[in-house]
Ligand binder design. Sequence first.
Ligand code: NAI
Length: 365
Amino acid sequence: MGVFSTDSFDNHESVSFFSDADTGLRAIIAVHSSRLGAAVGGCRMYPYSSEGAAIDDALRLSRGMTYKSALAGLPMGGGKAVIIGDPSADKTPALLRAFGDCVERLGGRYVTAEDSGTTVADMACIAERTRFVSGLNAGPSRHGGDPSPYTAYGVFRGIQQAWRVKKGETATLAGCRVLVQGAGAVGRHLIALLIAEGAQVMAADINADNLQKSVAMGASAIAQDEVFSVATDIFAPCAMGSVFTTANVMSIQAEVIAGAANNQLEGPEVAKILARRGILYAPDFAINAGGIIDVYYQRSGGEHRQVISHIERTVSVLEQILRRAQCEQRDTHSVAEEMAEQRLLQGGEGPLKTAASGSLHQVGM
Ligand code: NAI
């Protein structure tokens, strides 16, 4: 299959393919844009059904990272790595070290971190071979380098904001029904925050252990075939991408969609259907930047409180997106893309610029 001709190709700066016969490593690293700084994005390990699916994921995810960092006011570009394989069966220290060699070969144009299928311990293994890795800093209140709790916190604050935009300034999540699809690293932290806020949480997961853990936390379990039809106030997708399609989006009962998963929409047309149906969609790359913000501060030597205050600023940006979409009667996804593109065009300057400054190259990479 080609790369340049696929729908997901968006003038990516580079797409690199790596293999290592000794360890069985097959990896793709896509750098979408380094306009605002080194391309940063997690390394996903997943048993893709085909090479085409892996390429597609790397292309879409790296583009999403460019938009996410731009919108969050971070001096970083967008990149992503995918390793083709089942993390529970194929992941070995030797394979991870071989992946570290691949990252090192790119000379700092791409910086890796955790994503679905990789962990903090994996990053330590990768770091044996490259400096260009994040997610290792175990400073105080830093969750041992794992960015997932920060992602969950940002999503939680974004859900609160979206609910207020939808229902009015005094609306809270107490008593609200929230469906969390995917009770993994982010989903579980999110469930804890929602339950503490008094929300009635429903959880769905294809992994029986993860589902059980969320039930133990106080969520009620929902079967896979109920996810797109169950009555809920808020749908929080925290599993994999392309959750919402032109087909299933018609049966969704929620008033708000706001969650951590990257690339939640099968395509931009789904956002238009959601807008027509009156379902308020919080664009994924606008709400799930907590993890990448933590990665930035980990590398630049920042503290927990800086991460939190930066996340709070992204909640204000999300509010701007949602209100502008309402005002202009547009879908939220296209408004968010436009705002991110504006910042890219301005080279990081402009109304969305935040306190983060400098680039990762300047802070010790
Ligand atoms: P994870 O791999 O720890 O958790 C994903 C969970 O979703 C697993 O429990 C898995 O069994 C479940 N799952 C997979 N397919 C499913 C399906 N069809 N239905 C229901 N459950 C399903 O991943 P993590 O780190 O929690 O990330 C979740 C999503 O959030 C991913 O899309 C990831 O790219 C995105 N994200 C994660 C960030 C992070 O800091 N970890 C940062 C930004 C985005």
